[in-house]
Ligand binder design. Structure first.
Ligand SMILES: Cc1cc2nc3c(=O)[nH]c(=O)nc-3n(C[C@H](O)[C@H](O)[C@H](O)COP(=O)(O)OP(=O)(O)OC[C@H]3O[C@@H](n4cnc5c(N)ncnc54)[C@H](O)[C@@H]3O)c2cc1C
Length: 448
């Protein structure tokens, strides 16, 4: 086990609710900066569930600072160098190479549950006080402390981070009213399974027998993405489609192959073969829910803050939700370090000032990517197939949250202390003013 770096104790006590990537990362980062953490998670036992998740170079820097973690991840992460796009009938359109982005940092794509377990083990190795089977039912704050009620017990600290995900009950403390998640109008079928059967099929074997591949088929109002991992030994796919049913908002809602195939009439035989090869118990249907952007991430006394999806849920097409939830924790650990125990509410305000503009700008990319694919005019695409490429913005991806937070935190704290309005970082470009609100509102309105 490599030596784990840690700043001297700050005396600051933090309670974090939720051990997803947002909460776990915040816990590790607070531990690195010398803060004392209790991490509460309602699940009794963390199992390596789920399927594919992608972390971009902006969060690659965060993983790299956690001693030993990228070495643990290396054997289990996806290793293809590009993404091959086809139209829905299977005609090859273009390949997007990732080589140019190498200088921006490490990308980490793999099985959500397996990556989560590596991060969880790192948090444990750091000595983070992780308490499983703890359901938080209430939050409270005074001028001097904040706390939660968990399994009926009152726990108190200097501040609380609510990292409960998209269905966060903690949002109520910010809004003052209930704010149920809204359907986004889309749902995803998802799967992850052993690729042995695909290797035996002439039409699918090229996807798995020569190492990892990443392939997309794009059609009207749907897209199908497939990736092989671990040298082609394991395989995952996702089909994003219009949500016309009344499925439950549950990660584990079982999918039905016949229903999947109804969405794929006229699609390439290879896509049908992939679906046919999917073990029924490895197919899930997941409704994509959304929330309107919040005016603030902070409670009235600024001792409780929302982080991750609780503050800003992401559509999968942004490929940023988990990365952005990790940037939140990195930033908070640093604003607390710099503001100190006497100024905890100021630290939380600085977190919001540093994160608010950037995270909402990132959130918009989920809608624009999906629209770029689903509303594609193929007559135009064949003239320049590169328009299918995922937008790779340097402002988003060539970014190190820790370096950035250290660069700006002193000025932000100074402005806040002087009562000056603090510019939110990376504000939306002029033509996108109110863009998040209007894009997301449009998205939700379309469903009504
Ligand atoms: C289908 C899908 C695919 C996605 N793919 C990607 C991707 O490829 N790349 C990417 O970056 N993002 C992706 N995202 C988004 C990403 O998964 C989320 O943005 C990210 O996981 C948010 O992490 P979180 O920690 O904020 O929330 P969560 O991961 O939801 O974690 C919340 C945790 O809080 C716990 N909890 C909830 N309430 C309580 C309570 N009252 N008490 C105690 N514990 C509680 C929950 O059990 C859970 O463990 C995807 C999202 C979806 C829906």
């Amino acid at each position: 086990m490599p030596e784990l770096s840690k700043l001297p104790p700050s005396g600051i006590k933090v309670i974090i609710v939720g051990a997803g990537f947002g909460g776990l990362c915040a816990a590790i980062e607070c531990n690195r900066k010398g803060h004392e953490v209790i991490l509460l998670e309602k699940v009794k036992q963390l199992k390596p569930l789920g399927d594919v998740i992608s972390f971009s170079s902006n969060s690659g820097h965060i993983f790299e600072r956690w001693e030993g973690v990228v070495d643990e991840l290396d054997p289990i992460v996806h290793k293809s160098t590009g993404l091959d796009f086809h139209d829905w009938m299977g005609n090859f359109a273009t390949r997007q190479e990732w080589g140019d982005e190498k200088q921006w940092g490490r990308r980490i794509n793999g099985h959500r549950g397996q990556i989560h377990d590596v991060v969880y083990q790192h948090a444990k190795a750091r000595g983070v006080d992780i308490r499983l089977g703890q359901t938080v039912t209430d939050y409270f704050e005074t001028d001097t402390e904040a706390g939660v009620v968990s399994n009926g017990e009152k726990l108190v600290a200097d501040c609380v981070f609510a990292a409960e995900g998209v269905k966060s009950a903690g949002r109520k403390i910010v809004l003052g009213t209930e704010d149920p998640p809204k359907p986004s109008g889309y749902a995803v079928y998802r799967s992850w399974f052993n690729s042995d059967d695909l290797a035996k099929n002439e039409r699918t074997k090229h996807l798995v027998v020569n190492g990892d591949t990443h392939t997309g088929w794009i059609g009207e109002d749907k897209h199908f993405l497939a990736a092989s991992v671990k040298g082609g030994k394991e395989f995952s796919w996702v089909l994003t489609h219009k949500d016309d049913g009344d499925i439950e908002e549950d990660w584990q809602f079982p999918g039905n192959k016949n229903e999947v195939k109804k969405h794929l009439v006229g699609w390439a035989p290879v896509v049908h073969d992939i679906v046919d090869a999917t073990p029924p118990d490895r197919l899930f249907d997941y409704k994509l829910v959304f929330r309107d952007p919040l005016p603030t991430f902070l409670s009235p006394k600024a001792r409780i803050c929302l982080i991750g999806d609780a503050a800003h849920p992401f559509l999968p097409t942004s490929i940023q939700g988990a990365s952005q939830s990790m940037e939140d924790g990195v930033t908070l650990a640093i604003t607390l370090e710099k503001a100190g125990k006497a100024d905890v509410p100021l630290a939380l305000r600085a977190y919001e000032a540093i994160r608010y503009g950037r995270v909402h700008r990132a959130q918009m990319t989920g809608v624009t990517t999906r629209e770029q694919w689903h509303k594609a005019d193929w007559n135009e695409i064949w003239k320049d197939t590169k328009v299918l490429h995922l937008k790779r913005d340097a402002w988003l991806l060539d970014f190190d949250a820790e370096t950035h937070a250290y660069e700006v935190v002193d000025d932000v704290l100074k402005d806040l202390r002087q009562g000056k309005p603090v510019k939110t970082d990376t504000p939306p470009e002029p033509e996108q003013k109110n863009g998040v609100q209007s894009v997301i509102a449009t998205e939700v309105d379309q469903l009504a």
